[in-house]
Write a protein that binds this ligand. Structure first.
Ligand code: NIG
Ligand code: FE
Length: 408
């Protein structure tokens, strides 16, 4: 049994509600505390001196630190090549994301650059982004395809994500986003593109065991609700879990996701009151992506109203070269909380066990007996410092399954 500590404070997130608001009174730090770990799994969290009696090995900290669960980023697109600095320059001077997309730029530009990149270049880019996220406390990362957009290139990206996952200490969760946009080179209509993905690509992904999750972008520049419905039905019938890029600029996608029992609907900047109410009654996680609002200069998703209605609110980075190039999860979450008035507990929940729910992962996201010892510490004595620095305070140490994998 390995004991790590003593920590000045441990915030476990254990016992907090899965949905709705959380007051900061729920936080209850354990002071002068330790974590007892066996084979990567937490045995007990408690007072260091008490746990010391049961430990065979002690990882002694020596300096004061605050421990919280590793972050789970439930929505990223970090397997890409190239840059969209040109898009960004156009946007800050006034062009909208949809205008750029309609003019043939945007996602398609990244698809061309990603197709042209070698496998090695994509692996290196992905690894570098994972390392940057690890250095900011992220221990589980969802990664979407969606910059291949034909069968071979989508398969190539998903294979790369799986290969890098095998070599990485951080866990990756691959998702097929072949339904990102219809490639301008596709000879048929929108439906025929989705049919080809559902009937040809998804069975291959399943046969190769590359992913069990399917995403679709429901939007003016991408796919309509009606086109999406047939596609999601087929994906569900093949046994895939569903997630949707929903209500980013116009509403409709979140309702579609909910109807098809999506594990999450993500974005929600443009969700309407009725859909907030219905989403809050469902088991579908509402994943908000503040970095996309920061990258596009548009209002944040109504995170406060979603929580008050009773939704399960996760916060993810959406790190991608187009709408969310900054990529820092905590910066986005801290700024979102300042504007939307979220409590520290609501933000921590959205970055940990509520995000785990969006990925159907029940083994992580809180520091509690039986959960994976995925943890991060900060060289401070008060947990409130973490959001206060708005992303500029980064972890001192990060552990994955009880193993120290990062030290500043
Ligand atoms: O989540 N909205 C669609 N997809 C991404 C953007 C991808 C891109 O622009 O490359 C998003 O914002
Ligand atoms: Fe996205």
């Amino acid at each position: 049994m390995l004991l790590i500590g003593p920590f000045k404070q441990i915030i476990t997130c254990a016992g907090w509600p899965l949905r709705g608001p959380i007051r900061d009174t729920a936080i209850q730090p354990i002071e002068d505390a330790g974590v007892l770990i066996n084979e990567g799994v937490i045995q007990e969290v408690g007072t260091f001196d008490q746990l010391n009696k049961m430990a065979s090995t002690v990882e002694d900290l020596k300096t004061p630190q605050v421990l919280i669960p590793g972050f789970i980023d439930a929505h990223t697109h970090i397997c890409w090549a190239g840059s969209r600095a040109n898009d960004y320059a156009l946007r800050i001077s006034g062009k909208s994301y949809l205008e750029i997309a309609k003019a043939g730029g945007g996602i398609w530009q990244t698809v061309e650059q990603t197709r042209d990149a070698t496998e090695l270049a994509l692996q290196v880019a992905l690894r570098e982004r994972i390392y940057r996220m690890l250095s900011r406390g992220v221990t589980t990362i969802e990664v979407k395809s969606g910059y291949g957009l034909d069968q071979e290139h989508e398969l190539r990206i998903l294979r790369i994500i799986n290969q890098v996952n095998q070599q990485s200490s951080v866990d990756l969760v691959p998702t097929c986003l072949a339904a990102h946009i219809k490639p301008p080179t596709w000879p048929g209509d929108y439906r025929s593109y989705l049919t080809a993905i559902a009937e040809e690509l998804l069975p291959r992904i399943k046969a190769e065991n590359l992913s069990d999750r399917v995403d679709i972008f429901i939007e003016e520049s991408a796919f309509s609700k009606e086109e999406g419905a047939d596609f999601l039905k087929k994906a569900r019938n093949l046994g895939f879990k569903i997630t949707v890029h929903a209500d980013q600029f116009s509403s409709g996608g979140s309702a579609l996701g909910r109807i098809w029992h999506a594990v999450s609907v993500d974005h929600l900047e443009a969700i309407n009151a009725e859909d907030i109410r219905l989403l809050a009654e469902s088991n579908t996680v509402a994943t908000v992506l503040p970095n996309a609002s920061l990258g596009l200069g548009i209002p944040f998703a109504p995170a406060r109203r979603l929580l008050d209605a009773g939704a399960i609110l996760a916060i993810a980075s959406d790190w991608n070269p187009g709408s969310a190039p900054m990529g820092d999860l905590v910066t986005g979450a801290a700024l979102l909380s300042a504007y939307e008035k979220l409590s520290t507990a609501e933000v921590l929940a959205g970055l940990t066990f509520r995000a785990a729910q969006a990925l159907s992962l029940t083994d992580r996201g809180m520091l509690q007996q039986g959960k994976l010892a995925d943890m991060q510490s900060y060289a401070v004595t008060d947990y409130r410092e973490i959001l206060y620095h708005q992303g500029q305070l980064t972890p001192h140490r990060v552990w994955k399954k009880g193993e120290l994998i990062y030290e500043a």
